[in-house]
Every structure is written in C-alpha cells, then in structure tokens.
Design a protein around this ligand. Structure first.
Ligand code: GLY
Length: 564
C-alpha cells in the first residue's frame, strides 16, 4: 500500500493533474492515460522519477496487469508504437503465437464444425503469450530506467492489494457460480477464500501474481519464458489437454518492426503493420477520406457518416482479403493498399447519393470469426515529447478465464482470432480468410491500432482504443475529429462514433449518439443502422505548443489521464 499512498498523495501534493470527461488535463512534463487510475499513476510516478515515455508505458502496462485483469495482462499480447521527439519511429510486435503443435483444423470435429467453441474456450484457445517479451524488448531498445523499477509498482499493487472495482463485479459473480475445475486457480485468485465475491472497494491481494511479477523483475524475459513460471504453465497445459509446452515458451520472441506510414492532410500517421490489420486499414480509410471536404460536411452529419461508411466498407473488405501474419503471407500488397492512387480509385467507386452493397461473393472462402471487443489501450508522452501508443489484450474479457495454478495471471484466448474453418463461407459476414488460418508459430490477425500522428517530425497525437474490429474505426474518428473538425483531444474522444466492417452490411451507431433526423437521412441513402451501447475506450494525448493534453474516455469505468 505504501506505493499507492505515495502515488495518490503525489497526485495532490506534487502538482499532478487528473482528468476524465470533456476537459483535457494539461501538463508540461508528461502525461499517462490508461484504463485504470492506479496504472496511470504508476506510469506518472516513473515519469516523475526521470523515466522516459517507454519506461512509463512499461510500468503502466505491468500495473494494468494487476488492476485491470479483464484486459491488462502478462498472459496475452499486443503492440507498441514509438515516436521520439526527434523523429525516430519504430514499433514492437508482441502478438501471441499459435503453439508449435497447432494445426489448420485443430478446432474442428469430424463434421468439420468448430468443436465445443474450442477456439474461444479451454486450453486450445490459448496462444503463446507475448506481452512480457514485448515489454522486455522495448526496454532493451529504448528504456532508460532500471527494469526492476518499472515492474516494482505492479509487484506492490499485487502484493499489498488495491480496492476491488465495480467493473469486475459481473465477472466475479459469474465465477462464484461455476465449479469447473479448469477455473480452480481463477476462483482462488479472484474470490475471497476462493468462493465469495469481493465488494467494490474491498482490498484485493494477488500473491501468486506478485510472485510471477517478481520473477519477471528479477530475471526479465527468462522470468516468464523459462524457470518456474514456464514450468507451471506447461504442466498445467499438459494436465488440461493443452498443447503449449516449454519449447513454445522458450522459442517465443517479440519483434521490432517498421510501423506502417501514411500522410493525411500534411500529418504523418504511424500505426501498427501486420499482423495487425489496424494501421493498413486506417491509412487506407484516411487516404480515401482526404478527397472530401469533411469539415464542410459537418461533424456526424448524414453525408459525412455516408462517406465514412463507404471508406470503412472498402478498407474492411481489403482487410479480409489480404491481411495476416507477414511471416506467413510474404506477398501482402501493403504498398498498394496504403497508396494515394489506390484510394483515388476506391473514391471513384463511391456514390455520394447512394450506399454501395457489401459483396462477399468475390471471395471463394469467407468465414465468420467472432472477435471480442475487450482489449485495453494506454498512451504516454514524456516532457521531452517522446510518445508511446500501446494496445494489448487477452482477446475476450478476462481472456480464456483460465489461470495455471501458482501463476496468478489469466491466459488469453487469442487463438479465436484465427479463422478456424479453412474454406468456410458464412453468411453472417464476420470475416476470416486464407491469410489468417492457423499454422504452428503463426500470429493471429489483430485489429489493434496503436497510432501516433506527427507534424514536422514531432508527435502531436497519441491515439488508440480497445474494441475488436471497431478499434480501427474508433481511431479513425478520433483523428478526424481533431484534424478535420478542430476538436480538443477530449472532445474528439467523447464524440459519438459509428462502425461498419463491410460484412455484415450494417452500421452501428452509439445509442444516444446520432440524432433520429440524421439517422433517417443516412438510412435514406440505403444504409441499415443498429444501435449499440458504446464503442471503444480511446485513451489519447495531444501535444500543442509547450503543453500536453490528455483525455481518458468516459466510456471507461476506471480510466484516467494524469499529468504533471
Ligand atoms: N483480440 C482483439 C484484437 O486483436 O484486435
């Protein structure tokens, strides 16, 4: 608790400022925005100690693995995009991999159907985790503080506990009603005495997680991928019909790779390249939309929403046809998909007075892969102007919900992001195609879109969100809100959003977000609309002049932007 009290008192005593809502927090020396205030505080504390943006992002990510177990993780994977204040840009790919024993048809029964939802539930749904390898690699390349100092806040939060949050109540109640032995360790870790639900505000300690984090603190990469943690994972997997072995863990490597780059109205856009589809689809949409006077159409007017939808439709069709793990798809046409010429051709196919139709018949083999909307995003800028955009995930909320005894952390169910039935066309219309079928050591396609926007070589926006495929469209709209509609970063984050993903050919509007009049005009163009609750939780930063502005999305339970 010492660390927490030190940080909380720092927020009030050290001139730090916190925000959530429509007014961004302004700061001079650094800002962290994440989905849990204690994690934002952990990152800010690192900045106050002289750490850089990468140091703070690592500390925030480890703290979220403790305080936001629905998506913060060390048992999952993700992506980090970095832009230094002097123009150096890179990214880190720590997406999970399929185990070495994985096969194309590993989820299918004799009839060729998915067996017992096995791509989403049970040990076969678990990919080889990447988060720890990714954070270690980012630290080796760009970190400045001692590794153990970055893991320490998370160790303290796990060992000394923090107040259980209302956001966890639904999961805890569900857990208390199950007795499946597969989730024994999960119940032990999450429930009081292994059986009772913590009330919001009650102190929740995670001793096994603290021990796992301490091994990572002491031994870095090997503290997770070898030794006790690896052995506990491999033994558990073997006992529960899983296929993850010590060899899978020992061979896992994160990768540093070039981000995908585009230019939108004079701004440089840097985002995640495959195995995320996010960056390519984002830049394709921005290129299409650059040809329209979006400001003149007015924010969220029917004509504006129409051209947004048509750009989304085209980018998501290309996502389905072309994108997957680059190690297994060496010939993806990334240059073409992100080119201005291609966007101009797509724009010519858009009729301003009528919706296009999404046509799946152009593909021989479509399959609908459900993609969860859980994930979490954090943004950091330090006082020098270095920026980190980091999105990581367990796939479903609380991932597979499986915890190997003695480890204290949840395992992902990211294998569900692969196409489980090679060659299957599905009329429901969620998409998975040959580039994204299962193979040993392959990474599943993602929609995570950690993005940094730069002007004249300096980061000016750090953007990202959870939300499965909606992530890409959430990031798109936040960027358009700032660049085309002249919003502050907080207004841009708060503004209502829409989503279209080619198939199914339906647009979703946030309920209460778009007026009934606008909806009628939009539907008159031939679009079908469904209402949804909220879309994404974008935690973003803007830099302007000498100040940094942070905005935590009010769609998030415990999110907070904190700067100093
Ligand atoms: N599992 C969510 C994503 O990778 O986009």
């Amino acid at each position: 608790m010492r660390f927490i009290l030190a940080v909380i008192s720092c927020v009030y005593a050290c001139g730090a400022f916190a925000q959530s809502g429509r007014i961004p927090v302004a700061a001079e020396h650094g800002i962290v925005v994440s989905s849990h205030h204690l994690a934002s505080e952990a990152g800010m504390h690192v900045l106050q100690q002289g750490g850089n943006a990468v140091d703070a992002a690592i500390a925030t990510a480890f703290a979220l693995a403790v305080t936001l177990p629905s998506a913060g993780n060390i048992g999952g994977g993700g992506f980090l995009v970095y832009h230094s204040t002097d123009g150096f840009v890179t990214s880190f790919n720590f997406r999970e991999k399929a185990p070495l024993a994985a096969t194309r048809t590993m989820f299918l029964n004799d009839e060729g159907e998915v067996r017992d939802n096995s791509n989403h539930e049970g040990m076969l749904s678990v990919g080889v985790p990447g988060t720890v390898a990714g954070l270690v690699l980012a630290h080796e390349r760009l970190g400045s503080m001692a590794w153990s100092d970055l893991v320490a806040p998370a160790v303290t939060l796990a060992a000394e506990g923090f107040p259980s949050t209302r956001a966890m109540q639904g999961f805890l109640e569900m857990l208390s009603r199950t007795d499946d032995p597969l989730y024994d360790a999960t119940r032990e870790a999450f429930l009081k005495g292994g059986t009772d639900v913590y009330d919001p505000g009650e102190l929740w300690k995670q001793p096994d997680l603290a021990a796992s984090l301490q091994r990572i603190s002491d031994q870095g990469h090997d503290g997770f991928y070898a030794g006790q943690t690896a052995q506990l994972l491999a033994d558990f997997s073997a006992r529960h019909s899983g296929i993850i072995t010590l060899a899978d863990l020992a061979s896992y490597e994160a990768e540093e790779q070039a981000p995908v780059h585009g230019i939108y109205r004079g701004y440089d856009i840097y985002s995640m390249a495959p195995p995320s589809s996010g960056g390519v689809a984002l830049i394709e949409m921005l290129n299409i939309l650059e040809g329209y006077d979006l400001a003149g159409m007015g924010h969220n007017g029917a004509q504006y929403l129409h051209v947004l939808t048509e750009a989304m439709r085209r980018a998501f069709a290309d996502r389905a046809e072309h994108l997957g793990d680059p190690d297994f798809n060496p010939n993806m046409p990334l240059d073409r998909l992100t080119s201005k010429e291609y966007a101009a051709r797509l724009r010519e196919s858009i009729d301003l007075s009528q919706a296009s139709k999404s046509d799946s018949s152009q593909f021989a083999a479509l399959y609908t892969a459900y993609e969860s909307e859980e994930t979490t995003h954090l943004s950091v800028m330090d006082g020098a102007g270095n920026a980190v955009s980091l999105t990581y995930t367990l796939e479903h909320s609380y991932g597979s919900r499986i915890m190997a005894e003695g480890t204290g952390f949840l395992l992902n169910n990211e294998m569900g992001d692969f196409n489980p039935i090679p060659g299957r066309t599905n009329s429901r219309g969620l998409i998975g195609t040959p580039p994204n079928v299962v193979a040993p050591a392959k990474r599943m396609l993602s929609s995570m879109t950690p993005t940094i926007v730069a002007k004249d070589g300096k980061p000016v926006l750090v953007v990202g969100s959870p939300g499965g495929r909606t992530i890409i469209n959430t990031v798109l709209q936040v960027i358009l809100n700032v660049i085309d509609h002249d919003m502050t970063i907080a207004e841009a984050v708060e503004a209502p959003r829409i989503h279209h993903q080619w198939l199914p050919d339906v647009s979703s509007f946030e309920s209460l977000g778009i007026s009934p009049d606008t909806r009628r005009l939009y539907e008159a163009l031939g679009h079908e609309v469904r209402l949804r609750g909220t879309q994404g939780r974008a935690h973003c930063i803007a830099a302007e002049g000498d100040l940094l502005y942070g905005a935590a999305d009010s769609r998030s339970y415990d999110g907070r932007a904190i700067g100093f």
